[in-house]
Design a binder for this molecule. Sequence first.
Ligand code: BG6
Length: 515
Amino acid sequence: MVEEHRHPFLKGLSKHRGAPPTAIVIFGASGDLTSRKLIPAMYNLAVDNLLPSDFFLVGYGRKPIPDEEYRAHAQRSVDEFSRRSMNTEIWDRMGSQVFYQSGGYDDPDAFLQLAKRLESLEKEVGRTLQLLFYISTPPQVFGSILKNLGLSGLAKRNINTPLFTKVIVEKPFGKDLSTAQRLNQVILQQFEEKQVYRIDHYLGKETVQDLLVHRFANAIFEPIWKREFVDCVQITVAEELGVGSRGGYYDQSGALRDMIQNHTMQLLSLIAMEPPVSLDPEAIRDEKVKVIKAIQPLALNVEDSDVVRARYDAGLIGGNPVPGYLDAKGIPDDSATETYAALRLSINNWRWKGVPFYLRSGKRMARRVSEIAIQFKRPPGILFSEGTRFDLAPNTMVLRIQPDEGSTLLLNAKVPGLETRTQPVKMHFHYETTFGSNTPEAYERLILDSMIGDNTLFIRGDETEASWKLVTPVLEHWSACGVDGLEKYAAGSWGPLASERLLWTNGHEWRRPGF
Ligand code: BG6
């Protein structure tokens, strides 16, 4: 029996989180995400004994592929991408439950065939299966898939039982407010909101789930988590990688759509939201939406703009020369796409009024790091203030999302010696040291939660729309400006000077991330 409203933050991964008999159908079965993340995630759930005993994975795609061949493909992706090495005994069992169904995404008959195939699997095991449709295709076919799931009757199967069908929708969830609204409408024509799991894989990361524990399972932080004590909040999601082979997708997207609208906004909502009344999914999601809605529209005027965008030129990453964005595969010469975006946000609510939230994300930056830094106000300059003897830094709580997951509290301490001098020092908590390595990957958690029917770590329709509402005017403005105002930064740097200026106007500066 499926238990609704579980509390993932408290229960964690345990044998109690049993999923009902399930068939997962992946649309986009031969895609990159399926091979790199989804199949290895399911394999790791099998290793942890978290897959139900009646479990099937059905790949769906346009290409006709025999079951055996798809099984071999799935095995290769486990070999290549799983965090744990292949255990043949476990794979033999799981592999025998892997199938492939070919068909067009816009072909209603093919969906009837799919329905028949799923029924025959049910006959084989002699019980009803929960159906979970994972849409991991290019967005152009989302609409056809959703419509055909409705027409074939698959969408509403078992709707009034705990085994109701679920649909997982991968990003990109629209490309602006109106396309996201339209996509929500299309989804809700076929499915009820409780059936919909909009993925943001950042929510599956251990450290992101820990944000709520950090805030609400410790009594010392909440009293100072507010405008009276906090000077600013900085959220950085920096990558060393460029666009790789995804140039075609990325050039249509850019940093604001690809990272800020979803991943960084999710981090912001968890760090800034009010305490939820309970750990129920809706209680948490209600608070997340509220805080996103409280963000002021962004100023776009040239003098005092809240936004900066830039594109990387050639530079050095780890000492090795790398070409600029325009020389990457699939990028047109006249591209105006940003590979870096920085925002200065104001949250207009009782807790945060007057505290700037700075967000930045970029490709080809100095190092891969995602962190949230809560910078507290400085002490009054009465003691320890004169001359250069006192090196005082603002107290800062740094929550490190990845890599080297953990947290650091920056304090000022007396340097040992006969004279009084101060120096900033750090108190560390490091996940790996305390808990060991090999934590589950985001997709393991998210796939398990969707099988169990827990949508806490997924985005609700109004949440994604609220976030698109904020960034859409920026996208429209940038699109109207073309390359005008598109700053440059060298690959391997921390972004353009304009981004530093964004903070200087408030007397702040970006942290150089690192423990
Ligand atoms: C994806 C973006 O959502 O997140 C990619 O489309 C980005 O461009 C990736 O590289 C980053 O994810 P992670 O988990 O490596 O931080």
